[in-house]
Write a protein that binds this ligand. Sequence first.
Ligand code: PSU
Ligand code: MN
Length: 313
Amino acid sequence: MTSQWDGDLIEVADEAREALSVRRPVVALESTIISHGLPRPENLRVATEVESIVRTHGAVPATIAILDGRIHVGLAPEELEQVATRDDIVKVSLRDIATLVARSGSGATTVAATSHIASLVGIRVFATGGLGGVHRQARDSWDESADLSTLAATPMTVVCSGVKSILDVGATLERLETYNVGVLGYGTDRFPGFYLTDSGHPVDWSVTSPAEVADVMRSRSALRVTSGLVVANPLPDSEQLDPDLHDRVLEEGLRLASSRNVKGKDVTPFLLDYFHRSTHGRSLEVNERIILRNAELAARIAVADVARAADGT
Ligand code: PSU
Ligand code: MN
C-alpha cells in the first residue's frame, strides 16, 4: 500500500501495516476508554483482553494513541501499559491531535480522533463501548461530542452499544440522522442503552450477521457515502445492569455533576467514575462485557468485509 500519511507523524505497527498492505482484517481500538473511561488497574487488563479477543476472531487489533508526539496505530504491550498508567495522558479529540503532536505530548484518542486516524491509514472497522453524543441540557450548554460531527465526515464502521444514558439519547439519534451517519441495530430494532439492553428508542434498520454489515459497507463505498456507519450491539437482557439501580445512580450522578459545576470534556469521565463507584463495580463489569462483545463483533465484521472484497461481489 502506498502511504498517504506522514510517516514521521504516524507510526503504524508492523503487524497492522502488513495486514493492511495485503488486505487482511484490522480493527481499530480507541484509547480514551483506557485512560479516562475505566479505572486502574482494570483498564490495562481490559485493553489487553480486547486486543486478544480481536485476534481470536481473526483480525489484527490496532489500538490508537499518541505517545511523546508520535501517533501510534497499534501499540506494543509496554506502550499499552503507558496509556493505562501514565498521569500525563490527556484526552484527545480530533481538534487536539495536531497541537499535541506539535508539542510532543501524549494523549489517548476519543472516538472522533481514533476514527480520523484509523480512516487515514485505511482501517474500515472500529470497536468501542459507547459513542459520545448530545449531553442533557445541551440546549443551554451546547455540549455535543465531536464524535458525531467527525462521523459525519469519516467513512468508519463503529461497533458500539449505543451511547451512555448520561447523554440525551433521543437528541443524539436525531443528530446522527442530520449528519447522515447510518445506524444498524445488530440483532435488534431497538437502539441499545449501553448499560441497558434497550434505550427506549427504535432504530430503522436491523441486521443479523457480519456479512450483512459488510454488504452495507460495500454499498456505501460504491456510492461514495463518506459518512460513518454505527453498528449498535446491545447486551442480552440477562447481562444488563439492573434498570432500577441504573436509574437511581444516574439521577444522583447528574445532580452531583451539576452541583460541582463539572463541564466540557470532564463530564463523561466524571459520570463514568461515579457510576463505577456507586454500583460497587457492577457497572464496571457490564462495561467490560460490552467492550469485549463489541470487539468480537467488530473483528467478525472486518473479516466479512475483507471476504466480500476478495469475492468482488
Ligand atoms: N463513552 C463511554 N466511555 C468512554 C467515552 C464515551 O462509555 O470512555 C469516551 C470515548 O472516547 C468518546 C469520548 O469518544 O468519551 C467522548 O467524549 P466527549 O463527550 O468529551 O466528546
Ligand atoms: Mn463535550
